[in-house]
Design a protein around this ligand. Structure first.
Ligand code: MN
Length: 128
């Protein structure tokens, strides 16, 4: 089953298109926004099964957006995958320490992103 609703928060048009097209081809429903503020609002309103969160965004960062999601009882347990061009080991450690459920480096590997997303949706990864 792959018809879950996934929220994409991404300000780069090419990355957004890649992720959106990849998910839709696999049968997922998607909603999207270019800012963390709007992402937090949309997550509360639509309650997606999974969020893909870019870290470098205009306005609040993906990390700040995650903190707001975790502070909201409605989105407290929503799994969030960080998507970032900062792929050094210390970057990954810092991102995961912030409380993300998964990590996807850029350039985005479509195969890896789908596998990580599926594992988290199936609760094989990212359990608190
Ligand atoms: Mn960005």
């Amino acid at each position: 089953m792959a018809n879950e609703l996934i929220l994409i928060v991404e300000d780069n048009p090419k990355s957004l298109k890649l992720v959106r097209d990849t998910l839709q081809v696999k049968g997922y429903q998607t909603i999207e926004t270019e800012t963390g503020e709007e992402g937090v609002r949309l997550a509360h309103e639509r309650q997606p099964a999974l969020i893909l969160m870019d870290i470098q965004l205009p306005g609040i960062s993906g990390v700040e957006a995650l903190q707001r999601l975790r502070a909201d009882p409605v989105t407290h347990h929503t799994p969030v995958i960080a998507v970032t061009a900062s792929v050094m080991p210390q970057d990954r450690t810092r991102v995961m320490a912030a409380g993300f459920n998964g990590f996807q480096g850029k350039p985005i590997s479509v195969r890896e992103l789908l596998a990580t997303g599926r594992d988290i949706l199936d609760k094989r990864l990212g359990q608190p």
